[in-house]
Design a protein around this ligand. Structure first.
Ligand SMILES: CC(C)(COP(=O)(O)OP(=O)(O)OC[C@H]1O[C@@H](n2cnc3c(N)ncnc32)[C@H](O)[C@@H]1OP(=O)(O)O)[C@@H](O)C(=O)NCCC(=O)NCCS
Length: 123
């Protein structure tokens, strides 16, 4: 499973989740803290540039968007990167995600370059 693989490599990967305040589940008399967002950040080491932290994914529950949850997740990823002595965070994002672009720009990210992604199924 992809998540277990990421979990095993804790040195180079982190997943942070945002949870809402606990809600009572009634009969079970237990409480749940629903996850309302998550971010995956990992350390990317290439021959051509120094180590960078890269955001592998960030999603906030639709009902929670626009309330600062994404900003907190992004900051958490940045704090983790800094704790590893990494001072650059990079994000690859699809050109169609206009709202996400606004989000990154709002929180201090600038467009570095535009690129194409090629893939081939190999056997
Ligand atoms: C992009 C995303 C993570 C932002 O999370 P968020 O919690 O809504 O962001 P914040 O509340 O911290 O910041 C709000 C800013 O994000 C942007 N934004 C992007 N999508 C938004 C949405 N659906 N609702 C409100 N703001 C949104 C706006 O620029 C907004 O700033 P504004 O209030 O000045 O308009 C979230 O909208 C999301 O999960 N989108 C779908 C998945 C996605 O596109 N992920 C990124 C892939 S690269």
């Amino acid at each position: 499973m992809r998540f277990s693989r990421i979990r095993r490599d804790r040195r180079n990967n982190r997943v942070f989740v945002a949870v809402a305040d606990a809600v009572s589940t009634g009969a079970a008399a237990a409480s749940l803290e629903p996850v309302v967002g998550w971010i995956h950040v990992f350390i990317d080491r290439l021959l051509t540039v120094g180590p960078r932290a890269e955001v592998g994914g960030i999603v906030v529950d639709e009902a929670w968007r626009g309330r600062g949850v994404g900003a907190v997740l992004l900051r958490q990823a940045e704090v983790w990167a800094l704790s590893r002595n990494i001072s650059q965070v990079v994000i690859h994002t699809n050109v169609v995600r206009g709202r996400a672009h606004k989000f990154y720009e709002r929180y201090g990210y600038h467009l570095l370059k535009q690129s194409r992604v090629y893939i081939r199924e190999i056997d």
